[in-house]
Each structure stands twice: as structure tokens, then as C-alpha cells.
Design a protein around this ligand. Structure first.
Ligand code: SAH
Ligand code: SF4
Length: 425
């Protein structure tokens, strides 16, 4: 979502006359888009800011802003801790950037972290003018009402809100008009989507997907991130029937221990999750399942951790993201008895070893198969193009620039650590 937000902010500032640059030395404005989900991500902001000190002495006109969820969570404290910061803007106020930019130019410092009543998407620059890469993100839902005991999202992104169907469809159309072939629908709980159609009626995510499926020129639809409790029957059916919906599902479970799931306030059990995966695989047998895991949540015992390994063995993941529990001030779990760091390290290592083996097995199973690949860009080596398979594996082949933006059949010949190699057919 931060990638998407960054694009939207960049577009809004481009309407004010800014142009993007790859080099911080050339910049008149630097916005750090930040993540607050774990402590490490949040702390990184201050070390990054420290690196901008010299730039500011070389270019007194340079303005520095911190945006995103660290901005939302820490507000003015950021300027107190690092006085070179001119601007602090939370995720729900990005549409105010052009006017804030004019104010900070006059030497003021600004902190904008209220949750405004207006819908920022109505004010952000339109998405029509910029040439697009073949795969794009599109935020359809933001925020969360679930309050898992470890998570800051409900506090930083706010309450769960869905964008109206027509606005999503029109943004999708304008992306496709600019050459986009694949859209990933985004939300912190994307499958809880309930966007308004007209007064009094709402669409589920499945209904929205079916509507987007009708857009000519759009070839692939994905969505992320989902919560197990919002995996409705119509969404599972869409995985069976909708040709454009890709066979990949990121469905975080966090833990395989019912005791820990309960203390996390996840409101599902390990068995319910495993049954759900069974129904999804029945609908779409080749679907690649991806997940998120937390080790060392307060009070997690060796037995609880073993339950997580068991769940992983039962489900079989093609892709995964795993983390040591990170204390987030203000969340319920922060106050509880913590698992020692050394134990977290050992558990994370074990967990990642198992998940790594599973990922390797799934990648190996692609060798000898023909898969559809949307080519996104030329590769690092000359004569190479890279793209993503239906299963979201990175695939590279020998081929030229003309393939970029097209979906082609590729025979997979080799599996590397994090990518596949193949030949165009
Ligand atoms: N809405 C999604 C996840 C959003 S946060 C869901 O409910 O599954 C992305 C991931 O970050 C989470 O799935 C979780 O695994 C991880 N995460 C969130 N808070 C964390 C914390 N305090 N410590 C470690 N990992 C955390
Ligand atoms: Fe965070 Fe996801 Fe839980 Fe919401 S459902 S609180 S975003 S982990």
C-alpha cells in the first residue's frame, strides 16, 4: 500500500510542478513514506533522516517530510526528535500535500495527522496523465476494525472504509487506458470490502472482481491482504470461475496454536483456517497459498510454536512472510509477559527453514510446466525480460523489450532461490 500511496503523492506533487528524481542530492523535497508495523521499520526512519542532514546544509531550500504510519503514530514528536523535518503527514491526509507544500515553502513547519471527514481519493490528482508499468496497485479499502492484539493498523490507518464501486472501476479503467494489464486490489482487510454501489446497496469483493473482469484490456486481477474470517463463499467461487482472477492467495494465519490465536484476538481457530484452505483448494486446486506468521508472541510456549509448524506442514505454503513479534506501544500485547529474544530467534530460524523448503518444493514443481507470464521490464542482464507468472513467481527469459506489457507462454526450465527461468514458446 505504501508503494501505491507513494505513487499517488508523487502524482499530486507533479501537478504542482515537481518532477521525480532518483537522486536525493537533486531533490527540492524529500518525503519519506514510512511503516509502523514493527519497531525496526519505525526506527529506520530516524537513521534515514540523519543521512539527509548534509543535503539540507547544501540546499537550504530543501524540504523534508515524513509521511505514512510513523507520521500518524508519532506526529510532532518526529520534529522534536529530528528538527530538520519540515512536514509530518498521516496516511489519511495525503490529498492536502499541495497546500501544505505551499505553506512549508514559507518556512512554516506543519503536522497533519487528523482523520479528515472528506475522502482523500476525491482530492488526489487524477490517474490519467502518467505512463504506466503493466502491473499496478489500486487501493479499494483502508483501515481495520479487527484489533488483533499485536497490531498498530487500526490506530494508524483508522477504521475500516471501502471506496465506492464506481470510483474503483473508473480508476481501474484509467489505469487500463494507460497500458496496465494487471491490477492488484489493495486493502488492510481487502476481502472485508463492502463498497457502496448506490445509496443502500453494497458490493462484496467478489462482486467487484466480477465487475472489473468485464474491463477490456485488463487481463489479470489479484487482491491483498485478506483475513480468514472474511473469505466469503462468493469469493471462493470467484477463484473457481473467474478467468482473470489469478491463482494466488495471501491469507495470513499468524499462529497455529488456538491458545495464541485467541490471545491475539484473531477470532478464528487453526482448524477453521485449515478447513478454509481446503475449500479454497477445492475451488481452485492449483492455487498458491501465501501466509504471514509471527513467532514469539507473548506467552507462546514450545508446544504452541510446534502447533504453528504443524499447521504449516498441513497447509503447504508457496510463499510466506514471517516475523518475530515486535512490541508496539499502545497495543494490548505490549503490556504482556514477553518471550526472550533468543527464543524468538531460534523459533524464527526453524520456521523460516520449513517455509523455505516448502517454497523451494513449489518452485521446483513448476520446472517442466508451461506458465503464463506478464512481462514487466527488461532484466539486469542484456537480452533478458522479466515478469510474473499467474502464481506470482518472478520469471526471466531471453527476449526483447517488445515483450514488456504482454502475457506469453513460458516453459520453465530452472528454479533459482527467488525466481524461475524459462523459454518463450
Ligand atoms: N491485515 C492483515 C495483515 C496486516 S499487517 C491480516 O490481518 O492478516 C502485515 C503483517 O505484519 C501481519 O500479518 C503480521 O504477520 C505482521 N505484524 C503485524 N504486527 C506485528 C507485530 N507487532 N510484530 C510482528 N509482526 C507483526
Ligand atoms: Fe492488523 Fe490485520 Fe489484525 Fe487488522 S486484521 S488488526 S490489519 S493484523
Amino acid at each position: 500500500m505504501n508503494v501505491y500511496d507513494t505513487e499517488r503523492m508523487s502524482e499530486s506533487l507533479q501537478t504542482e510542478g515537481y518532477v521525480p528524481t532518483d537522486s536525493a542530492e537533486d531533490a527540492d523535497m524529500i518525503l519519506l513514506n514510512t511503516c509502523h508495523i514493527r519497531e525496526k521499520a519505525a526506527e529506520k526512519v530516524y537513521s534515514e533522516l540523519g543521512r539527509f542532514k548534509n543535503l539540507k546544509s547544501e540546499n537550504p531550500n530543501l524540504k523534508i517530510g515524513v509521511v505514512g504510519c510513523v507520521a500518524q503514530a508519532e506526529g510532532e514528536e518526529i520534529i522534536r526528535r529530528q528538527p530538520l523535518v519540515d512536514l509530518v503527514v498521516g496516511p489519511q491526509s495525503y490529498h492536502k500535500l499541495p497546500s501544505l507544500e505551499r505553506q512549508i515553502k514559507n518556512g512554516e513547519k506543519k503536522v497533519e495527522i487528523d482523520f479528515p471527514t472528506e475522502d482523500k481519493f476525491d482530492y488526489l490528482a487524477k490517474r490519467t496523465d502518467i505512463r504506466r508499468a503493466p502491473a499496478a496497485f489500486l487501493t479499494i479499502q483502508e483501515g481495520c476494525d479487527k484489533f488483533c492484539a499485536f497490531c498498530v493498523v487500526p490506530y494508524t490507518r483508522g477504521a475500516e472504509v471501502s471506496r465506492p464501486v464506481e470510483k474503483v472501476v473508473s480508476e481501474a479503467r484509467s489505469l487500463v487506458d494507460k497500458g496496465v494489464k494487471e491490477i492488484t486490489l489493495l486493502g488492510q482487510n481487502v476481502n472485508a470490502y463492502h463498497g457502496a454501489v448506490e445509496v443502500g446497496t453494497q458490493f462484496t469483493l467478489a462482486k467487484l472482481i466480477w465487475k472489473l473482469e468485464k474491463i477490456d484490456g485488463l487481463e489479470r486481477i489479484r487482491y491483498t491482504t485478506s483475513h480468514p474470517n472474511d473469505m466469503t463463499d462468493d469469493l471462493i467461487e470467484a477463484h473457481a470461475d473467474c478467468r482473470k482472477l489469478m491463482p494466488y492467495l495471501h491469507l495470513p494465519v499468524q499462529s497455529g496454536s488456538n491458545k495464541i490465536l485467541k490471545r491475539m484476538n484473531r477470532s478464528h481457530t487453526a482448524e477453521a483456517y485449515i478447513n478454509l484452505i481446503g475449500s479454497i483448494r477445492k475451488a481452485r486446486p492449483d492455487i498458491l497459498i501465501s501466509g504471514d506468521f509471527i513467532v514469539g508472541f507473548p506467552e507462546e510456549t514450545d508446544d504452541d510454536f510446534e502447533d504453528t509448524l504443524d499447521l504449516i506442514r498441513t497447509v503447504g505454503y508457496g510463499q510466506s512472510y514471517s516475523f518475530k513479534y515486535s512490541v508496539r506501544p499502545g497495543t494490548p500485547a505490549a503490556e504482556r509477559k514477553q518471550v526472550p529474544e533468543e527464543i524468538k530467534n531460534i523459533r524464527l530460524h526453524k520456521l523460516q527453514k520449513l517455509l523455505g523448503q516448502q517454497q523451494k518444493t513449489v518452485q521446483q514443481s513448476m520446472v517442466g510446466r508451461t506458465v503464463r507470464v506478464l512481462f514487466e521490464k527488461t532484466g539486469r542482464q542484456s537480452g533478458q525480460v522479466v515478469g510474473k507468472s499467474d502464481y506470482l513467481h518472478a520469471v526471466h527469459v531471453l527476449g526483447d523489450q517488445s515483450k514488456v506489457g504482454h502475457v506469453e507462454d513460458v516453459l520453465i526450465s530452472r528454479s533459482n532461490t527467488n525466481s524461475l527461468e524459462g523459454k518463450l514458446i
